[in-house]
Ligand binder design. Structure first.
Ligand code: DC
Length: 248
């Protein structure tokens, strides 16, 4: 069985960036498990399936035709594009409006069951770096290295804000026009506050759901990235990777 490095944590902790950099450093495969839940959220939204209609959402998850394409020759080469029924939906699933739908469908046990085998199929030689919420606890409990990457809610909301701004995609989290935030600073503050509120709602749902809640595995190493750059986090992770003799 190929080795797995599991990187779990809340949104905005930097785990996606760290996972993709680590995978390319090691030449390993990469699983962005959140993308799968985002796709199911997108399908439910587009098909008009209510998030309370558990049977229909689970059916959509079972039938979903999801494909990943990589920018380069290796399976870890980012940016990874995500296809649904052969159509590139990367931008759609990454938009701010998809965060709550993804979190809603991820709380449905039958959806998690439907995506379980797909996630495990990413485990191939020479190894897999998998990022998500339950990689170390449920999907790859035998991972050789488990990292729980976290950060304060303020830091995570700020990073999310910058990320969405870079992509020009903050969309639905923007303060409604006429809300009194007409100048740039006011509008920035309002947007940041909206992202923070949305982050807290999502964290709470991800942490308290009965099945596969967001939590560190007992044997995970926790890294708090609040005061760290991505380079700092990568350096700390590489020490752990080397200590465990991974990717040599
Ligand atoms: O990492 P992300 O923001 O793309 O994840 C989107 C949602 O999917 C998030 O709210 C929690 C859920 N998720 C999950 O429940 N389990 C995973 N392994 C990955 C993501």
């Amino acid at each position: 069985m190929a080795d797995v490095i599991a990187i779990d944590g809340p949104g905005g902790s930097g785990k996606g960036t760290v996972a993709s950099r680590l995978a390319s450093e090691l030449g390993w495969h990469l699983l962005d498990s959140g993308a799968l839940y985002r796709v199911v959220g997108l399908i439910a939204l587009r098909s008009g399936i209510g998030f309370d209609d558990i049977a229909s959402v689970a059916e959509a998850a079972r039938k979903a035709d999801i494909g990943f394409k990589y920018a380069g020759a290796t399976p870890s080469a980012s940016p990874i594009r995500v296809f649904v029924d052969g159509i590139d939906e990367t931008d759609a699933i990454r938009s701010a409006g998809m965060e709550q739908p993804a979190s809603r469908v991820a709380a449905i046990p039958a959806v998690r069951d439907a995506l379980f085998a797909t996630q495990q199929s990413f485990r191939r030689p020479p190894g897999l770096v998998a990022d998500g919420r339950d990689m170390g606890t449920v999907v790859f409990p035998d991972a050789r290295l488990k990292i729980f990457l976290t950060a304060s809610v303020e830091a995570r909301a700020r990073r999310r804000f910058e990320q969405l701004k870079d992509r020009g995609a903050s969309g639905s989290l923007r303060a409604p026009s006429g809300s009194g935030h007409d100048n740039a600073a006011g509008s920035r503050d309002a947007e940041l506050a909206a992202i923070r509120a949305s982050t807290e709602v999502r964290d709470e749902r991800d942490r308290t759901r009965p099945v596969s809640p967001l939590m560190p595995a007992p044997d995970a190493v926790t890294i708090d990235s609040t005061e760290m750059s991505i380079d700092d986090v990568m350096a700390a992770v590489m020490v752990l990777v080397q200590e465990r003799g991974l990717g040599c």
